[in-house]
Design a protein. Structure first.
Length: 240
């Protein structure tokens, strides 16, 4: 069970979390404000679009294989669901904090809106280095997380997905644990193995999207800027 939890809702949500003077979430909102100002959105509407609907912070208590007890911080930020259920990945990383997750949740809102798909934006994370956990410990951690957030996720509410250091195996644990409490629910999470109601091509979707985006960028450069360079000569460095 979770040792403790904190649920922050409404317009006061953005006041909690990171103490950084210039945080990722603040930087994200700075760019968004510039866009909203250009569109002449009223201040009241801007506040609604800049503020997460809900933020959940939990502490996950996990007994490791050697009998020791570890406590891990976990987060789920639901930014906006005006267009449909919250949608966003779940990442495991030692540097994850509420500020990171808040920023990424906001970006998910705009990603789904730009692509005109009927979802909102959310993101989740656990402050952990999964490379230091055994498979059994990783499964325990994942199931503890689902137990903590099961009341705020679901096929019509909030649908997690793979992200940094999470994969189809972890999504299968999410699916299984959630179904224990809510009944058979393959729609609670995407990125599951194909034999567990997953989708073909999901594991390569992000990389494929990057290729398509790069092709379009090169077309733009050739058409607008007169650049005729062969894409085979380009080199790029990617990060999650």
């Amino acid at each position: 069970m979770a040792a403790g939890s904190r649920l922050i809702q409404g317009l006061g949500a953005s006041a909690a979390g990171s103490r950084a003077a210039s945080s990722h979430a603040e930087n994200t909102n700075t760019f968004l404000r510039e866009a909203l100002d250009q569109l002449e959105y009223p201040e009241r509407l801007q506040k609604l679009l800049l503020t997460p609907n809900r933020e959940m912070v939990v502490e996950l208590v996990v007994q490791k294989d050697n009998g020791e007890i570890e406590v891990y911080n976990a987060y789920r930020v639901q930014h906006n669901n005006s267009r449909g259920p919250f949608k966003g990945g779940l990442r495991y990383h030692p540097a994850v904090d509420l500020d990171d997750v808040r920023s990424l949740a906001s970006l998910m809102t705009w990603k789904t809106a730009v692509m005109d798909i009927p979802f909102g934006g959310a993101k989740g994370g656990v402050t952990v280095d999964p490379k230091k956990l055994s498979e059994r410990e990783l499964e325990k951690l994942t199931r503890k997380l689902v137990q903590a957030i099961k009341e705020i996720i679901g096929p019509s509410e909030d649908i997690p997905a793979p992200d940094m250091n999470t994969d189809s195996r972890i999504m299968s644990w999410v699916f299984d644990e959630y179904s224990k409490y809510k009944g058979f629910s393959p729609g609670v999470v995407t990125g599951k193995p194909v034999h567990l109601h997953g989708s073909l091509g999901r594991d390569a979707a992000t990389g494929r999207g990057a290729v398509f985006a790069t092709r379009e960028l090169l077309k733009h450069m050739q058409a607008r800027l007169g650049v005729g360079r062969d894409p085979g000569g380009f080199r790029a460095r990617c990060r999650p």
